[in-house]
Design a protein around this ligand. Structure first.
Ligand SMILES: *Cc1c(COP(=O)(O)O)cnc(C)c1O
Length: 390
């Protein structure tokens, strides 16, 4: 491993050597057949992973660009969007929608909880929404959304279901042809970025559109976008030797390798591994008196937001850990200083998690707190072991 630090923030996540190798390949012409075939493979892999019958778009940008592409290509100004938000990233759709003159209704959960289904139902019954956004795993709170309950509700009320998978795609199920409850109850759009659960450096935005989502774009004569207009990208995604705007050649090679790793592992195995990681990390941290913000049933497999025990100074603790090469994130908004966030997704290994649990315990001790390091490591291993993860 070329990495010196253990990057356990909720993205970017640890990058493995084969991905660095792909990223460091010679920069070729975007029309070079050797590159074009890599781009094609990346598109095919994305289509298989999300199992879409529509189109995928892979463009230079971050997750936020992918969010923008999802909204601007499906919801016309003045049409209605319902935002189901479990935190900071769910809320990001508010500003995005406003920027495009979209009419917004917002359902916000108390931080650490999921939005009450009853409220979702009420809103859907009273209003005609063009689309509803759901953040699969909100990176500010570590709360996951129950797609199995939300997607059928959304679809039965005739709205498009848009899933923000930036902290979830490839680590949590997002099969776009899976009907959650009866016909026409599948996800319409999944949007994501390269740097979180996929485990590739930041720089690529990915969006998949179902046939229904593509139809929504076709029904609008024009959209308030140029780079983000999927109609400009469809010819490129069908034939990547075509030019619309220069693709991030090296990043697409890195993404193709990242997706190869995903497919080699297998989606089912990857989902199980992430579930185990989430449970294991949280049970280990509980040994240190560190309590997750979310209840286990609502907690995301990919990252956790964890309260400090009484008296731990956030900045001092994370600085101590950083000296040891373990990088964690602070919490956002009103939780800043009171909690931290730890990512456990993508190409993170059980060994990395064990190192992190040890170093977190040692950093606590250095900050003058008690920490039963061996007990915490056992709790981690027990949970990982019980799910036959090695
Ligand atoms: C990180 C994140 C985003 C924003 O992605 P960027 O790549 O930072 O633009 C959006 N949604 C979720 C759920 C995220 O975790």
């Amino acid at each position: 491993m070329r990495n010196e630090d253990l990057l356990l923030i909720p993205g970017p996540t640890p990058v493995v050597d084969s991905i660095y190798d792909a990223l460091g390949e010679e920069t070729r012409a975007h029309t070079d057949p050797r590159f074009v075939s890599r781009f094609k493979k990346a598109i095919e892999r994305t289509k298989r992973i999300l199992n879409t019958d529509g189109e995928v778009f892979i463009v230079a940008g971050s997750g936020t660009l992918a969010m923008e592409m999802a909204l601007v290509n499906t919801i016309a100004p003045g049409e209605k969007l319902l935002i189901i938000s479990h935190g900071y990233f769910g809320d990001r759709f508010i500003k995005l929608g406003q920027a495009f003159g979209i009419h917004i209704d917002l359902l916000q959960a108390e931080w650490g909880k999921q939005v009450d289904l009853k409220h979702v139902k009420e809103h859907l019954e009273k209003n005609q929404y063009k689309a509803v956004t759901v953040t699969h795993a909100d990176t500010s709170t570590g709360v996951q959304a129950s797609l199995g309950e939300l997607i059928p509700l959304i679809k039965q009320h005739g709205a498009l279901a848009i899933v923000d998978g930036v902290c979830a795609t490839t680590a949590m199920p997002e099969d776009m042809q899976h009907n959650y409850a009866g016909p026409d109850t599948a996800i319409d759009i999944v949007l994501t970025g390269s740097q979180k659960a996929i485990g590739v450096p930041p720089g690529v935005g990915i969006v998949a559109f179902s046939q229904a989502a593509l139809k929504a774009r076709n029904e609008m004569k024009s959209v308030s976008a140029y780079y983000c207009d999927i109609h400009n990208w469809i010819p490129v995604m069908h034939d990547p030797s075509k030019y619309f705007a220069t693709p991030p050649v090296n990043m697409i090679c890195a993404l193709e390798e990242g997706l190869r790793i995903v497919e080699e592992e297998g989606l089912k195995e990857r989902y199980e591994r992430h579930k185990a990681y989430g449970r294991a990390v949280r049970s280990a941290l509980r040994v240190y008196g560190m309590v997750p913000l979310a209840e286990e049933k609502d907690a995301a497999p990919t990252l956790s937001c964890i309260y400090y025990p009484e008296g731990v100074d956030d900045a001092a603790f994370r600085a101590e850990l950083a000296k040891e090469g373990v990088i964690l994130s602070g919490a956002l908004a009103h939780l800043a200083g009171k909690a931290f966030r730890i990512g456990h997704m993508g190409n993170t290994t059980p060994d990395m998690l064990e190192t992190a649990i040890r170093k977190i315990g040692e950093a606590l001790q250095k900050c003058g707190h008690e920490a039963a390091v061996e007990e915490a490591v056992s709790a981690l291993q027990e949970t990982l072991g019980s799910l036959s993860i090695n």
